[in-house]
Design a protein around this ligand. Sequence first.
Ligand code: GLA
Length: 387
Amino acid sequence: MTHRKALIDRVATAYREAYGEPPEQIVGAPGRVNLIGEHCDYNDGLVLPCAIDRETMIAIGAGSDGAIRVRSADFSKDGDAFVANAPVVPADTDWKNHVRGVAHFMQRRGIDLPSVNLAIAGNLPIGVGLSSSASLGVAVALALALRSGADLKCADFAHLAQQAENDFVGCACGIMDQMASACGEAGTALLVDCRSLERRAIPIADGLAIVIIDSGIRRTLTDSPFNARRSECEAAAAHYGIPALRDLDTETLVRQRSDLDDALFRRARHVVTEIDRVHEAIDALATTDLTTLSELMRASHRSLRDDFEVSIPPIDALVSSIAAIVGDRGGVRMTGAGFGGCLVAIVAAEAADEICGRIIEESSGMADISTSAAIYEPSAGARLIDW
Ligand code: GLA
């Protein structure tokens, strides 16, 4: 059985167990891996993530008594319930707040929410930087839009999920994860301009494979310095008198530095150079230019480690040992917010299986790390599942 089919069965079973009848519909929204363009989204910059073939699914059916009822197959069994068309307030649990937050912001758009029953299940690892949270929020937005008949586009789902995460969960995340989860297209990466929200599907050449390495080191964004990094970027932008670091170029960065604090200067330098690397990666991805991709990923990791300071020593060690395994067959770097989580490697497709095998074999001897590595397919964004 494929992992997708297994998830459909699990979410449908969870629904049946909770509500005593089969669901009427199932929606899915994928996680994402960011290929390059890290910590650029909340600086209005460019990012290049791709949706992956692991996701959150929601089984849906008609509810009763004007309530939205929610069960999760993966989290607390107690579930949640709130009134569809009364003010929604945060609960005490993150997963519930992704749902409540989306409902709240849909109400704020004037959408009449119907009474529905929802059951949630996912096959994304949690807290590793593959956007299980964003995929949950996007799936909820799609589910509630379908049932309310609201005419929303994929970028609206992304916004609703981000607003829920910002205001109900307390993470000042940008829009990248939700955009990839909502608007991804199979076989491609998604270039997003996080100011205009313009997006373009960037082909990933057949000769390339995406390998995700889970370091086994877990973190949550709300208790990491993620929100602090965002404030530092805003402070650096204020120093340069610009709306966001996206508006800075390398020359101005240096020329107008004056008394800017060293850490803030380095945060700004990361964002400026990382946006340049996104531009360069686009052609390299489409033409299987492994040399350029490898150099860009190396430079991105170095910048995240030294300038943005979101890597940690065991992740740096893992990146070095995987770079040695990959050699001239691709590139590797940390991906996502940092402070643990996953690495992404873009490698020659023909070598991908062997590379995954060697990563697992060699990392089994590394202290404090339990690593997995697998090939992931660039996948379509949120959609109604045909089951
Ligand atoms: C997390 C956030 C995103 C983005 C990345 C870093 O995944 O949710 O908005 O800022 O970190 O690129």
